[in-house]
Ligand binder design. Structure first.
Ligand SMILES: [Zn+2]
Length: 318
């Protein structure tokens, strides 16, 4: 069990991170430092950054159970090192992909998350065909926002759905993260080629109206540049119906599945989780009452506006 010691056991910590590569990635992210820096930290005794290591224990209590002693004294000069913006983007996108698996939205490798740095014109996206359990933050692939071409140092291929993400980022300038899954309830609606009616406040809190179904692709669009054209169809549908993508942060692609997005990759994940839940609730609502009414307009506005827009009051004051 947990031992309490006035000194930090670097040897034990070193052993732990070296034998558990995934834990290592988690720890680097928890500390907000690069994996290289973490390696130098744990292998050299010259930088006793006790306070940040305490943060590891707080977030990963299993480390304490691994017989790594908890330090008693706190260093007052905590290092304020942060990741450079691109490494941070990779870390955020890696975390978003992992959360999709944790949330049960991804079977095998049927899903992907991405994020964008608009200032630098770079998209970070899941690599193609890499097992989620083995994936490390550095495996996330960087591609150019204007062309979709991987940056020169990238070794792995980006997700095959990259052209869809690219098209959405180029045409929805307010979004910062995108998620695609084949989560079962949302995909069932997509396969039934139905938009999801807004039956209640769970839905209205996030989606201002029905979750739309994008238009069908033409045979030519399926044959040639299929993934790019999937993006085209989504954007066409939103433009045709004048839908603000931040007010309706998701779509169902007919015979395929859901895409969601948000201001950040984490927001896109939360919208994917909400969409799956909303899809289940709507199916159950229709099973109980096939003629169920959609939410009254006043209630839709009330729930959406208390979380969004100028008069938002849900949650804690920032
Ligand atoms: Zn798909």
């Amino acid at each position: 069990m947990t031992k309490v010691s006035p000194t930090f056991n670097y040897a034990a910590f070193n052993q732990l991170v070296r034998t558990d590569p995934l834990g290592f990635g988690h720890v680097a992210i928890a500390l907000g430092i690069t994996t290289t820096t973490l390696l130098s930290l744990v292998s050299g005794r010259h930088q006793p950054q006790v306070k940040t290591l305490m943060a590891i224990y707080a977030r990963y209590p299993q480390l304490a159970l691994e017989n790594v002693p908890v330090p008693l004294t706190l260093s007052t000069n905590t290092p304020s090192e942060t990741l450079d913006p691109i490494a941070q983007l990779k870390a955020d996108v890696w975390e978003a992909n992992r959360r999709l698996v944790e949330a049960g939205l991804v079977v095998l490798s049927w899903g992907n998350a991405s994020g964008v740095d608009r200032q630098r014109g770079i998209i970070a996206i899941k690599p193609s065909g890499v097992d989620y359990a083995q994936m490390k933050p550095e495996d996330i692939v960087l591609v150019r926002l204007d062309t979709g071409t991987p940056l020169p140092n990238e070794k792995l291929n980006p997700s095959s759905d990259t052209p869809t993400h690219l098209y959405l980022y180029q045409h929805f300038p307010t979004i910062g993260g995108i998620v695609h899954t084949h989560s079962s309830a949302a995909t069932s609606w997509a396969q039934a080629c139905r938009s999801i009616p807004c039956y209640g406040t769970t839905h209205a809190d996030v989606f201002h109206g029905p979750v739309p179904l994008s238009r069908e692709l033409t045979p030519e669009e399926i044959r040639d540049r299929y993934e790019w054209n999937t993006g085209t169809a989504i954007v066409d549908s939103f433009q045709y119906e004048s839908i603000n993508p931040l007010h309706v942060p998701g779509v169902l692609v007919p015979h395929h599945g859901p895409f969601t997005w948000g201001a950040t990759p984490q927001a896109a994940v939360e919208h994917a989780i909400t969409l799956e839940e909303v899809a289940k609730l709507a199916a159950q609502t229709e099973a109980l009452k096939p003629t169920a009414d959609q939410i009254p307009a006043e209630l839709l506005e009330k729930h959406f506006s208390r979380k969004h827009g100028a008069g938002a009051y849900y949650g804690q004051r920032k």
